[in-house]
Design a protein around this ligand. Structure first.
Ligand code: MN
Length: 473
């Protein structure tokens, strides 16, 4: 299962000594109230910890260095309650290696016309203090997030929660190891990429292993372990034997469970949380990974077919971001181009993630018609409905690029002769316009589709990585 360390975010308020000690202690008090309110009422995925009111360049530099070396800190949140001269922030901000959220808020959400005086104005200067601070972040190219609005506004709080999830995914990105069984599919361009650059910029370690190593691991799996997984499978899904005889069906499913157990063991031992397979490289393997890959994705692992390590890594990052909710490896499969019906039918040969299933998946065994291997078992189901994002990662050598558009998911019609899991969607900009722009941008056919991630999160992730973004709206 997906397990994420207990991260926290550090909160600091910027100020200076111009206004006297009383004002500074009020800044601290108000900051604590805001942090407590966010933690208690915000439904935040990770706790915010109020650290201090920062007033000098030395304090700021020390704060940033401490945030850097504390592994449980996934990012920092700053607020300019008063005016904090931004030259003080230059050194510390330059040293910061974690995501930065500049929270542009004000203690009161109204103007107290009747009571306000110069003390009030000295204390509550975020209207211009946040701009002074914003200038230096822009000048330093901090790639920071700005969230603007009152700290009790549910929309603002939701933005903070979503940003926390992106920041944690970004931090985890630098621990992500992707295991490639086989290379990318022969002659295919879009699944290629610079693995060294991926490690520099995205933090991903991308390693190769021969498929024979996985087969050795499969040979070590005990029948009793498969018995347990078979019982678990039966308890969760509908077993559909079809016109196969009972033993052949069970043996085929058990082979996938053997793969699943071996994959998990192999990846866990090496610290890998994503993997790829390639149907062209299955020497000694009887079935392509179908059900096994689906169960791995269900458990939170990243995966993509045809050796596509970029999409496998991206899926893992999105699973962290969405706490493994309704987020899947997807492929554009076939089109409905009729006016009024415009949609893309997505699927993959086998490997569609059951986290997007809108019905109880069925375990079925059918032919694959390519690859020349035994008929593989797979989960068959219909996908989700509602708002989602579709995202891909391309390598253009000068930089990576995230290509994305928002989509609306629909249920696909029954396809009795195509027994795979399916998801249907229409890009919100329209199929014609959206897909034209996608193709122009060079976005691939392998994507991550998420009903849980937001467009803003996709933009924030691209900003944190410093990759180019083609945001088709
Ligand atoms: Mn594919």
């Amino acid at each position: 299962m997906l397990s994420i360390p207990k991260y926290e975010f550090w909160f600091a308020a910027g100020s200076q000594h111009l206004y006297g000690e009383e004002a500074l202690s009020q800044v601290a008090e108000n900051s604590k109230k805001i942090v407590a309110s966010l933690n208690e009422n915000g439904n935040l995925p990770y706790k915010i910890v109020f650290k201090e009111v920062l007033t000098t360049a030395d304090e700021i530099t020390k704060f940033m260095k401490e945030a850097n070396y504390n592994d449980n800190v996934a990012g920092i949140i700053t607020w300019m309650h008063t005016f904090s001269p931004a030259k003080n922030w230059i050194r510390g901000s330059q040293l910061l290696q974690k995501p930065l959220l500049h929270f542009a808020t004000q203690y009161l959400n109204y103007i107290p016309y009747e009571t306000m005086d110069f003390d009030y104005m000295n204390l509550n200067q975020s209207a211009h203090g946040d701009r002074e601070y914003g200038y230096i972040n822009a000048r330093l190219n901090m790639r920071n997030k700005v969230i603007y609005g009152h700290w009790q506004d549910p929309e603002v709080v939701k933005q903070i929660a979503d940003w926390e999830d992106v920041a944690v995914a970004y931090d985890e990105s630098f621990k992500t190891k992707i295991c490639r069984f086989g290379d990318t599919m022969r002659n295919v361009a879009v699944t290629e990429g610079d693995k060294v650059q991926a490690q520099i910029q995205l933090g991903w370690t991308v390693d190769y292993y021969p498929v024979g190593d996985l087969i050795d691991e499969m040979d070590k799996v005990k029948e009793s372990e498969i018995d347990d997984e078979y019982a678990d499978l039966k308890s969760r899904y509908i077993m559909v034997q079809g016109d196969m005889d009972a033993k052949a069906y069970e043996d085929t499913v058990r082979y996938q469970l053997r793969q699943y157990i071996a994959l998990k063991r192999f990846l866990e031992r090496g610290g890998y949380t994503a993997f790829t397979s390639n149907f062209e490289d299955l020497h000694g393997m009887k079935q392509l990974e179908g059900l096994s890959a689906q169960l791995m994705m269900r458990d939170g692992y990243g995966f993509a077919g045809e050796g596509d390590w970029k999409t496998a890594g991206l899926l893992r990052i999105f699973k962290i971001m969405t706490h493994n909710k309704r987020t899947a490896f997807m492929e554009d499969y076939t089109l409905d181009l009729r006016k009024g019906h415009e949609a893309i039918l997505g699927s993959h040969m086998l490997e569609v993630d059951p986290s997007i299933a809108s019905e109880k998946p069925r375990v079925e065994v059918h032919s694959l018609d390519i690859g020349g291997k035994d008929d593989p078992a797979r989960l068959v189901f219909s996908g989700g409905e509602g708002d989602a994002v579709d995202v891909t990662l391309a390598d253009f050598r000068d930089n990576f690029e995230i290509v994305t558009y928002p989509v609306i998911g629909h249920k696909a019609e029954e396809t009795p002769h195509l027994p795979v899991a399916k998801q249907m969607w229409t890009p919100k900009p329209g199929l014609k316009e959206g897909a034209t722009k996608w193709i122009h941008a060079g976005g691939g056919h392998h994507t991550v589709m998420s009903f849980a991630a937001t467009e803003e999160q996709v933009r924030d992730l691209a900003t944190m990585y410093g990759v180019n973004l083609c945001d088709i709206e």
